[in-house]
Design a protein around this ligand. Structure first.
Ligand code: MG
Ligand code: MG
Length: 257
């Protein structure tokens, strides 16, 4: 069942979302060649706990860190380690927290030092895929309209959508109904309604979409690099609100694209 959040609950999700934004924004300045993903994890963990929130990834099904750090062909669930980041790689940072009982979930992919034009384009198109999906999050649209738009934009740019993983409802729990695939035909699934909160998270591959799983790390089978971009989004009576962006950008960001 898809839960509808009331105004008081949405206000709490805003607070959680804005805190998570501040954590992920802070991390950007530390991403450079030679830095370890474990160091980034420590920063994220400290910022979350200092703010009185709880990292939702830590201990989730046994995950050992507060931040997922996924390099190059790793799609998601990369475990932070002590290997220095190499110039030219791409790093997915995915983080979640719970504040006052309410969850926020957000991710982005960032180039480490100087990256190739191909890598930069993959990152940019993945963010564009997210906004294409969000543009469908309006009253009366159906759930599959989101993934259909994501897929169309990815494939028109020569990329593939990872099929094995998807977005999700979010609220008191990190993963709630419904699942939000990043592919499919439009016009299917539940109608979208105000008060629904969904984590929209395209995972876009420069190679194929088949994945392998070593227990935690999920990576592309053919080694194609993957970019991941995610926000927690509220459906309203008007434009969707991005809960994991600062207020100034929460409504305006899409208009600027
Ligand atoms: Mg996430
Ligand atoms: Mg998520």
């Amino acid at each position: 069942m898809i839960s509808i959040k009331n105004d008081a609950q949405i206000e709490k999700m805003r607070a959680a979302g804005r805190l998570l934004y501040s954590v992920l924004a802070e991390l950007r300045q530390y991403v450079k060649p030679g830095v370890t993903t474990m160091y980034l994890n420590k920063i994220a963990h400290r910022m979350i706990t200092d703010a009185g929130a709880t990292p939702s990834f830590l201990g989730y099904e046994g995950f050992p860190a507060s931040l997922c750090t996924s390099v190059n062909e790793v799609v998601v669930h990369g475990i932070p380690n002590d290997v220095p980041l190499a110039e030219g790689c791409i790093l997915g940072l995915d983080c979640g927290l719970v504040l006052d009982g309410w969850q926020a979930d957000s991710a982005y992919t960032i180039g480490v030092g100087n990256v190739s034009p191909e890598a930069k384009r993959l990152i940019d198109v993945t963010e564009e895929c997210f906004w294409k999906g969000v543009s469908q999050m309006k009253i009366g649209h159906r759930l599959s309209d989101i993934g259909s738009s994501v897929q169309a934009w990815a494939e028109s740019n020569g990329y593939q959508v990872i099929r094995a993983l998807c977005g999700h409802g979010i609220g008191r729990e990190m993963h709630e109904d419904p699942e939000v695939p990043n592919f499919g035909k439009p016009g299917h699934g539940p109608r979208l309604a105000p008060g629904m909160t969904l984590a929209i998270e395209p995972m876009i591959s420069a190679g194929g979409y088949d994945v392998i799983n070593d227990g935690w790390h999920i990576a592309t089978k053919d080694g194609g690099w993957v970019s991941h971009y995610e926000h927690t989004v509220l459906i309203t009576y008007g434009e969707p609100e991005i809960l994991t962006l600062p207020i100034a950008l929460a409504h305006a960001a899409e208009a600027g694209r």
